[in-house]
Design a protein around this ligand. Structure first.
Ligand code: PLP
Length: 220
């Protein structure tokens, strides 16, 4: 299968899940997760019409995307991996959307860099819905208050919430919890769903699904 075929198949499955859920077609944005794949493997996906991409490492994205962006208009780049405050300057310069705001130190660093660079990346708060100690994201019990602090203390507009359910759990309850927290925090965006569960996420209101291996193939 070519990249174009896989992309068309994923788009079709998203549209079908939107219809099944009674959601408008196009309500869900596909974020194509290109982490670990070289520019030669990303280019055919851009040529097939995809413009929204996700990377999980600032350094890797900085090595790949300035070139790809120079080749094509309208690329939108999303950071979906954990962010350290010493990388905030580079992240704000490079990414249009950051999905992984999860503590005050990062919120403050992003706010300072946004002001300094005159850039306003769109922001999601990552929630550790499974309370996994090794995983990034804020405790779900603190998520609503943190979104409020992002606004009131750091002056940051938060577009939505993001989660990565534990690999061994059924994802649906995690997606439902994320949707409930988003309503409580008065944010619209829901970044949830990956290759194995994006249709379930669309059914539960995902505005952004992050799909890697189903599109690019297995990561080495
Ligand atoms: C790698 C990654 C994805 C994509 O995972 P696939 O299972 O390959 O679709 C989505 N979200 C995050 C945060 C990731 O790191």
């Amino acid at each position: 299968m070519t990249a174009a075929t896989r992309l068309a198949d994923i788009r079709h499955r998203i549209a079908r899940a939107e219809r099944t859920a009674g959601r408008p077609e196009g309500a869900t944005t596909l974020v194509a997760v290109s982490k670990t794949f070289p520019v030669e493997e990303i280019r055919p996906v851009i040529e097939a019409g995809q413009r929204v991409f996700g990377e999980n490492r600032v350094q890797e994205a900085a090595a790949k995307w300035p070139l790809l962006r120079a080749e094509t208009d309208g690329i939108e780049l999303h950071l979906i991996g954990p962010l350290q405050s010493n990388k905030a300057a580079e992240a704000v310069a490079l990414f249009d959307v950051i999905h992984t705001v999860d503590r005050d130190k990062i919120a403050a660093a992003i706010a300072a860099e946004a002001a300094r660079q005159g850039r306003r990346p769109r922001l999601f708060v990552q929630v550790n819905t499974g309370l996994e100690p090794q995983k990034a994201g804020i405790d779900p019990r603190e998520a609503v208050a943190f979104v409020e602090r992002c606004r009131s203390v750091h002056g940051l507009a938060i577009e939505g919430l993001m989660c990565i359910p534990p690999a061994e759990d059924a994802p649906a309850p995690h997606f439902a919890l994320l949707a409930k927290l988003a309503r409580a925090a008065s944010v619209e965006g829901l970044s949830m769903g990956m290759s194995s569960d994006f249709e379930i996420a669309v059914g539960q209101g995902a505005t952004h699904v992050r799909v890697g291996s189903a599109l690019f193939g297995h990561r080495g």
